[in-house]
Design a protein around this ligand. Structure first.
Ligand code: IPE
Ligand code: IPE
Ligand code: MG
Length: 231
């Protein structure tokens, strides 16, 4: 392959899609697909720092995912709960910092408390920042930013104002946005931040995603010519 044009991305955002189809292909219930998906999350978090990536945003649950059957929502919340418990034990060893993007309502209070605790406990860590997009919707995020600006009494709003009032104002925009499972859409993810992101779509289903696939995506990104409207 030709010489790389870009340094590795500092921030990779991932739409982790295809758990249900993975389960179907293995003749298993959808919940089994979500469990395998949680394993892929751990694999990717482990592999990420060695690739030079400093921030990873993981789309775990969208504001539209509340339309799924209650049983599936419960499975997802339960898995998240367990994953948070595990990282409460291992985050320091991995030097991980947890951030969250999304609306709090209507997430269960016990889950929010656990997440708040892990965010506070890992705030001092200096390794990879894992930004969990949970109950996340990009349109809601932009509205939240606009409303926060209005609440400050601003009469006109700049791009910098919006960026400064996003859920995570200190998170750089993602250079690379990955979506697994062959779907090629944003599904209300990072509409503001992805203005100049490079998109990488792969047919690999999220439970099958691993370090090798992540490396492929990063390498593809490194070969892209990013022009930002120039020539
Ligand atoms: C991604 O897998 C997980 C979430 C959206 C929470 P899906 O559950 O969307 O899997 P498919 O798209 O049905 O295969
Ligand atoms: C996007 O996947 C949301 C997450 C991965 C959390 P969906 O499976 O919900 O998206 P659509 O419905 O295919 O657009
Ligand atoms: Mg899906």
């Amino acid at each position: 392959m030709s010489e790389t044009k870009n340094l590795p991305p500092a921030h990779v955002a991932i739409i982790m899609d295809g758990n249900g189809r993975w389960a179907k292909a293995h003749h298993l219930p959808r919940s089994a697909g979500h469990r395998e998906g949680a394993k892929a999350v751990r694999r990717v978090i482990e592999a990420t720092p060695s690739l030079g990536i400093k921030y990873v945003t993981l789309y775990a649950f969208s504001t539209e995912n509340w339309t799924r059957p209650q049983e599936e929502i419960d499975t997802l919340m339960d898995l998240l709960d367990k994953t948070i418990d595990e990282y409460q034990k291992s985050a320091d060893k991995q030097n991980l910092r947890l951030w969250v993007s999304g609306a709090r309502e209507p997430l269960p209070a016990h889950l929010l408390n656990k997440i708040d605790e892990l965010v506070a406990d890992t705030a001092k860590n200096t390794g990879l920042t894992v930004n969990l997009a949970l109950n996340y919707g990009a349109r809601q995020e932009i509205l939240h930013a606009v409303n926060a600006c209005l609440a400050e009494g601003k009469k006109s709003i700049t791009q910098q104002d919006i960026s400064a009032h996003l859920y995570q104002p200190n998170l750089p925009d993602p250079e690379l946005l990955i979506r697994t499972s062959g779907e090629e859409r944003l599904s209300n993810f990072l509409l503001w931040q992805a203005a100049y992101s490079e998109f990488y779509f792969t047919p690999v289903l999220w439970p099958d995603f691993d370090e090798k696939e992540l490396k492929k995506a990063v390498l593809a990104y490194q070969h892209r010519a990013r022009r930002f409207g120039g020539i």
